[in-house]
Structure formats: C-alpha cells, structure tokens
Design a protein around this ligand. Sequence first.
Ligand SMILES: Nc1ncnc2c1ncn2[C@@H]1O[C@H](COP(=O)(O)OP(=O)(O)OP(=O)(O)O)[C@@H](O)[C@H]1O
Ligand SMILES: [Mg+2]
Length: 278
Amino acid sequence: MNTNIISLKDVTYRYPHAPGELPPAIDGIDLEIGEGEFVGLVGGNGSGKSTLARLLNGLLVPSRGEVRVEGLTTGEHANLNGIRETVGMVFQNPESQIVATSVEDDIAFGMENLGLPAPEIERRIDEMTRRFGLEKIRRSEPHWLSGGQKQRTVLAGVAALRPKVLVLDEPTSMLDARSQRQFRKLVDELWRSGTTIIYITQLMDEIAEAPRLIALESGSVAFDGVPGDFFSGVELLSKTGLEAPLAARLAAGVRDHGYTLPDGILTLTDLVESVCGR
Ligand SMILES: Nc1ncnc2c1ncn2[C@@H]1O[C@H](COP(=O)(O)OP(=O)(O)OP(=O)(O)O)[C@@H](O)[C@H]1O
Ligand SMILES: [Mg+2]
C-alpha cells in the first residue's frame, strides 16, 4: 500500500444553518486514501458525497475531527492554499467552473493565478489541449461548446495545475453517453499517469471496474471494498438505495431463469464474454 495522501479521523460535518434536530451531513467518518488510488464514491441523494468532496480540499472544514492532506490539517487556515493545490476539484456543472472567454484562456486561468511563467503556461496549454482533444477549439468561446467539450475544458484546466489528487463530483451527469465514456477514459488516463482519483457518480457503470468503492449512507461509510462485493450484497444495495450495474442485473435475471453464469459479472464485456466464451 502506498503512503496515505488523505486521511480523515472521526470527521463530522453539520451545515451551520441546518436545523439542530437533523443528523449531521457527515457523521464520524474515518478514512485513509493512499497516493495513486482510484476510489469510486457512491451513495443515494443526500448521503453526503458532495459534502465529503468539499471537506477533502478545505472548502468545508469539519465540525468535529480532522481531515489531513499530505499530513496537513484543513482546520489550519495557513494550510489551505497548499491543500487546494494538492486537491483539484471538478463539479457536476461545467458552467460553474468556466471563467474565461476562450478555451485556452480558461485552461490558463488557474496557472496564471499560481503565477506560473508565461512560456510554461503556453507549454501546458499545448499539452492539455492535445491530451483532452481540444486543439481544434482552443480559441473558441466556451459558451458555444457542447457540454462534453465544456467539461473537458474544465478537466484540462484543473489537470494543467497538476494536482496530486483529483476529486470529481458527478462530472458526467450532464453529458450524453458518448461524452460520458470519453470523459471517464480521460480520468482513467490521469489516474494511470499517477493522479489519485476520487470519483463521485450515480452511474454504477462508471465505477464497476474501480479498484476501490466507497458507499455512503446518511453521512457514514456503509461499504469500503471492491465493487464486486458491494454489488453482490443485496442488503447493502437496498440500504444505500443503489442498483447494481446493468450487466450485473442482466446476469442475475439470466441466472434466475436457471442458466449458469459465473459470479462477478459487472460490465457488458464480462457478460458478453461469459455468454459467448472467451
Ligand atoms: N448548503 C447546505 N446547507 C444545509 N444543508 C445542506 C447543504 N448542502 C447539503 N446539505 C444537506 O447535507 C446532506 C448531504 O448532502 P450532500 O449534498 O452532501 O449529498 P449528496 O450525496 O452529494 O447528494 P446528491 O446525490 O443529491 O448530490 C443532505 O441532507 C443535504 O440536505
Ligand atoms: Mg452531490
């Protein structure tokens, strides 16, 4: 196991103006995330995913307990700039993260804020537009782009800052199926090149193959393990209000009709291969 890059100790978060009788949004979470991990984070609406995401880079600070990023607590104001450089965030709606009037200016924005030298900014814009398929539209106004192009612009701008950790909060929920797959693949490439990824989604297909899956329920960790174990646990699924990926449900339906299929089918590729033989 690699060294931990993020650690949470007994973290509770209660929104300041939430009525006192409501349970806290995050309720006593202990968690360690190792450098280089890919963690899928799931849970029903209101289970605390976005709150947890915001606790990870100090946008929110725990009401009780402690979040540490590379050993530095988010509770100390002086640590926050460094922590926000380490942990990049991508949110659901790209509109909320696009600030400039062209794709390349938008990618440059964060780097300019960090005070990187102009030639380095230029170099990274070239690299990011190539890597994220934005070369042909680098001078376009983000306003005119498709949702998928906008979200790739946001990802390029965040990745250009080379954060060690990237937290993505339902980044594909406004994209069509093809853009979703394309975006998810780009995130995988960032992970393979060493970025620690925390990927929040309601689309179980997106995290079916994640090495680690965490499921939240009422602000607590209901599951932390491999997706196969989560999706085969009927009780866990009903407790968290989630559904197994389509391929797993299809496989279960086929088994119910008396056919034999191997365990652990989570993707359509798994299903097709077990039906047709490898
Ligand atoms: N700004 C806020 N002020 C008060 N309560 C909030 C605020 N944001 C979220 N909450 C509450 O905190 C709890 C967790 O919300 P959170 O947004 O973290 O859930 P989520 O898992 O991201 O849900 P979703 O799937 O809908 O995005 C909910 O009960 C919600 O009502
Ligand atoms: Mg949310």
